[in-house]
Design a protein around this ligand. Sequence first.
Ligand SMILES: [Zn+2]
Length: 348
Amino acid sequence: MRLIITLLLLCIAGCTQDVADLNLPTTQDTKLKEPKLTYLGVGGWLVRWKGEALLFSPSFSNPSFPPILVSPNDKRIDQYMPEASDVTVLLIGHSHYDHLLDVTQIMHKYTPLAKAYGPETAGHILMAARPPLDFENVEPKMAKVTCDEDGKTHCRAAMTGKWLCKGPFRFMPINSKHAPHFMGIDLLPGDQYTNLSTFPRTVWGWKEGTTLAWLVDLVDDTGKTVYRIHYQDSASSPPMGFPPITTGRKRVDVEILAAASWSQVKQYPSALLKVTKPRLLALGHWEDFFGNDPYKPEVSTLQKEPALINKIHETNPGLPVVMPYPLTEVALPAPDSTGLKGPEGRCE
Ligand SMILES: [Zn+2]
């Protein structure tokens, strides 16, 4: 184990490459017309729709490597967090520091109208926030993947799921799984079962908890879906994170995936893309984020992004793929209502 961690330290510290030197589908658009997504770096995305906004939890503090003692960096949050007072929904995928560390500062200062939705572990950690945050543990409502007795093999995708609704957004938490970080090992496992009164000081205190994928519908005034987004903040093995079978009437318009640790998981993302059949794939969590400058992204050679892009093109010829620079935008494709006749599913 010590050897593995040493190798990891050496390589992460020394193996980064300027993204401009690689032939990757990076984009740097800004000031696009709505509807659009804004990539905030790591797992953070901002979706603005019909006068409100939905935020997938961003990470700006990004302590330098190795991240042992971690705390929010107010200066960096203020430097990079865009105006977001219209955010009403904040979705959390899992509870590692690079997804949860900045949520309290962001909710207090930038998204005062937002309610956060996430797994139980995130809720117990965020209980340390003063004043308290508006948070719902959605694990009891998540679309559940069922597996055979050992809990690992022969898993079946969820049959149904529950929609939660707020304003022009309808969203469904889906049982997913976190990818191993390195050589098949998850370096930060575990759950938080009790409420915290102070935030964890070390990286190990930001326990992983359950990992959720999210299905998000952007709806019109009649409740009809105009866009469907599927989001994962960690690579996962099939069928973890797959949309429930009964939501298949509407294909996914935009798939948002994490490039990090993609090679640690079999059939990722090809198996998922076969199910969601997106019209656009937007890759996040691709840049090396340790003490990074979001305006000058670098990639870790460990992550092998060029191989990921090749694999996606081989298994999904013709699928448009973008890797936006942090703090830049992605235009949504023109709406496509094929296969969807009316509002889908009741809101919880
Ligand atoms: Zn993680």
